[in-house]
Design a protein around this ligand. Structure first.
Ligand SMILES: CC(=O)N[C@H](C=O)[C@@H](O)[C@H](O)[C@H](O)CO
Ligand SMILES: CC(=O)C(=O)O
Length: 309
């Protein structure tokens, strides 16, 4: 691990940014990047679930990453999720990500077919080989990917020296401990990172050993996660927990909408900051008029929680 510090902290998952026609808006991407820099986050996780990666073409994903890099270079840690559902496209994105100078690449396992572990390892290692000077982050999100990271697969991946981290989105926080322990056993203290995935348990994840967090709701309320992180660093667990409860209530409220969570969050960013990031790509459901009250309520809850800090 060259520099563990760049992974310690709050790393929002970047939202897909579209124009009114549903095409990629590089202006939106740049504006969101500048917005997050101004909020003081540690980095961004580009092209993951929140980036609607599985609904975007390879060329679109390259354009998004280039637009992020044009604003973020030297200011943010950039982790580019490059997984596609076939190896060739993933390898192409990995090579491209290294060429634009990201800090790390990341990938989910292959989805739909439940492939043997040796095939998953080869898929990840092929991407990593296409970005040989770039660190690699395993994205474990079994409830969506359909395949979970096992200890044997992690041990196999640790043979690749570029594998420096797991972004863990499984729900048991115990998984963070197990992955961290195995990583440190192989690499030594300070040389392996685990990111907390579920935003609803950011505090728990950090307390059990996550070095930082990557999350889909950080970008809409970074102040809350930055404050939780500061409190944890100071050992102020009760204060961190109180903010976690606020964040969780806000997440549950946003999830009440008919429209997808990402659509709700982009609409809130539009209302709070004038950021024009568009909607979500089908088949994800967009907002409907009945969502108006939920969006307004969630925005008010975010503003109230920030005002309490
Ligand atoms: C399953 C899923 O999408 N997990 C995300 C990443 O880990 C989280 O950041 C969620 O978006 C967040 O916790 C809201 O439920
Ligand atoms: C939430 C998250 O980490 C992602 O968008 O991939």
């Amino acid at each position: 691990m060259k520099d563990i510090k760049k992974y310690q902290g709050v790393i929002p998952a970047f939202y897909a940014c579209y124009d009114a026609e549903g095409n990629i808006s590089t202006e939106g991407v740049k504006a969101l990047t500048r917005h997050l820099i101004a909020k003081g986050v540690k980095g961004v996780y580009v092209g993951g679930s929140s980036g609607e990666c599985i609904y975007q073409h390879v060329d679109e994903r390259k354009a998004v990453l280039e637009a992020v890099m044009s604003e973020a270079k030297g200011k943010l840690t950039v982790i580019a999720h490059v997984g596609c559902n076939n190896t060739a496209d993933s390898v192409e994105l990995a090579r491209h990500a290294e060429s634009v100078g990201v800090d790390a690449i990341a990938s989910i396992p292959p989805i739909y077919f439940h492939l043997p572990e040796y095939a998953i390892a080869k898929y990840w290692n092929d991407m990593s080989a296409a970005a040989p000077n770039t660190e690699f982050v395993i994205y474990n999100i079994p409830q969506l990917a359909g395949t979970g990271l096992t200890m044997s697969l992690l041990k196999e991946m640790l043979k690749n020296p570029n594998v420096v981290a797991v972004k863990n989105s499984s729900m048991p926080t115990q998984d963070i401990q197990m992955f961290k322990d195995a990583g440190i056993a192989a690499r030594g203290e300070g040389n392996f990172v685990v990111f907390n995935g579920p935003d609803e348990q950011f505090v728990s994840g950090r307390v059990i050993g996550a070095d930082g967090g990557i999350g889909g709701t950080y970008a809409v309320m970074p102040e809350l996660y930055l404050a939780m992180n500061d409190h944890i660093n100071k050992g102020e667990i009760e204060a961190a927990r109180a903010i976690q409860y606020d964040a969780d209530r806000i997440i549950y409220k946003m999830c009440e909408a008919h429209g997808n969570l990402y659509a709700v969050q982009k609409e809130i960013l539009r209302r709070m900051y004038g950021l024009e990031l568009g909607g979500v790509r089908e088949p994800m459901p967009g907002l409907i008029p009945e969502d108006e009250a939920i969006v307004a309520e969630a925005q008010a809850m975010i503003e109230a929680a920030i005002a309490k800090l």
